[in-house]
Ligand binder design. Structure first.
Ligand SMILES: [Zn+2]
Ligand SMILES: [Zn+2]
Length: 203
């Protein structure tokens, strides 16, 4: 999710449009419950917020909301209203001062919002694909042979992804190096990357 925009208010408005479009899309696909329990999604929205609004989120008392996601939606609504007002003020000032070049044109923002809706559609498809792949990989990898829990790591794109490496296992970290080697041998795992699904030769 990368909301465009030259200024903070533009970014906030674009973000608001994208998030709302995404919620609508997910609701039609009956996936809206996922939003409430998916910290990744919350994190993605947070990362798109301009810094001063990130601070607002941190200061916000979330205990009065059902879920953090609802708190985020409420914050987005508030900052959206503020951003719209800010844009209108900037626009009025722009009419007075014609020399000012980076005046934000409210009309342009609307055009951009439409474009962002299309982008939001793409984001939904991407997110859906990722979720499906996530599910597939998770089933393939299965639980950790040592602790029987499912392990994960954070990918470069900030997504939490299923992991088949023992180094993500708390129990594995607790045992001695000799025990680790013996264990890897037992499951025919990889001494290089600690995967339990392939050996060193195929790493
Ligand atoms: Zn484990
Ligand atoms: Zn390996």
């Amino acid at each position: 999710m990368k909301p465009g925009g030259k200024s903070d208010p533009e970014r906030v408005i674009n973000l608001h449009v994208k998030v709302k479009a995404l919620v609508v899309q997910l609701t039609t696909m009956n996936m809206q419950q996922g939003l409430k329990y998916d910290p990744e999604f919350l994190g993605a929205v947070y990362n798109c917020l301009p810094v001063k609004f990130q601070d607002k989120w941190l200061d916000l008392n979330k205990s009065s909301f059902d879920t953090k996601w609802n708190a985020m939606i409420s914050l987005l609504d508030t900052v959206y209203d503020q951003a719209t007002e800010q844009l209108i003020l900037l626009d009025t000032m722009g009419k007075v001062d014609h020399k000012k070049k980076d005046v934000v044109d409210v009309h342009t923002v609307h055009v951009q919002s439409d474009r962002n809706k299309e982008n939001a559609d793409k984001d939904v498809i991407e997110l859906r694909k990722k979720k499906e792949k996530h599910k597939r990989v998770k089933e393939e990898i299965g639980p950790c042979p040592i602790c029987k829990l499912e392990h994960a790591f954070v990918r470069r794109d900030k997504l939490t992804w299923p992991c088949d490496r023992f180094f993500t296992c708390k129990k594995f970290k607790e045992i001695s190096v000799q025990e680790r080697d013996r264990l890897l041998e037992m499951v025919n795992g990889c001494i290089r990357c600690t995967s339990w699904r392939h050996n060193k030769a195929s790493c």
